[in-house]
Design a protein around this ligand. Sequence first.
Ligand code: COA
Length: 266
Amino acid sequence: MSDHVSPFRADLLAGKVALVTGGATGLGLEVARLLGAHGARVAICSRKEPNLEVAVTQLRGNGIDAMYSVCDVRKPDEVAATMQRVLAQFGHLDIVVNNAAGNFPAPISGLSANGFKAVVDIDLLGTYNVSKAAYEAWLHQHGGAIVNISAATQYRGMALQAHVVSAKAGVDALSRACAIEWGADGIRVNVVAPGAMAGTEGVARIAGGELGAMPHIPLQRAGSTTEVAQAVLFLASDAASYMTGAIVVVDGGAWLTSGTSTPRSM
Ligand code: COA
């Protein structure tokens, strides 16, 4: 977790309740920490209870009112139960961050239908399940903000990521559809599209470890999870009160200049 001083007002999310899927590790945990550090009570969910226990202890150690729910976003019954747990403990739900994602590098020739489906199910169907359940359980009557974590690789394509770029393109499209349908309910739906973030599981899986010099990125470096989480915080807050259906790319400008630095086969 970062000890970086936030440029945002400390009480920006005072009184709000946020749910972050995939919130036990990596970017999701940093989003949970940053939202909590700005006054939100935070619920995190993921499939792995031991990770959730460690994360909630960390968040509470940072003075954040936090809870967890074990949940596979692919399973609508587990997602619905999570909404009920969050509402029972915190009383309302104002912010939903769809961050849970699956990833592994594989050439199309080495990707089974089930492998492709596993990632689409987690990233796209999971975002749909959680958004719909949050809408039905609370947001449709009270409004709120949904922030979906996408990626920037789908704008140009990327080798070994056919399943992921397909899922993330779907997340972008789903977000726009939700923004249109739910705007009249006072719900804003926006996307943060991160590039490579140092120290994350995603980078370990796709880039095979730490990132080196990055002259192809206009800002010349990988980002941090905190820099991506700041965009989530902005979109979740009233500072973005007239933004919906927007995609905010947070990748140092990488997608403008770089197709892929990954080899086309493994
Ligand atoms: N290359 C090719 N295929 C792979 C693969 C790889 N590296 N890893 C998994 N698959 C395939 C499996 O072979 C399986 O297909 P099959 O039934 O045809 O054999 C399919 O994907 C599902 O695998 P399984 O392990 O049963 O799925 P899961 O639901 O337990 O896990 C994943 C989902 C595959 C996305 C797994 O990587 C995961 O749990 N990731 C979560 C963490 C993560 O990805 N973090 C990074 C975020 S950026």
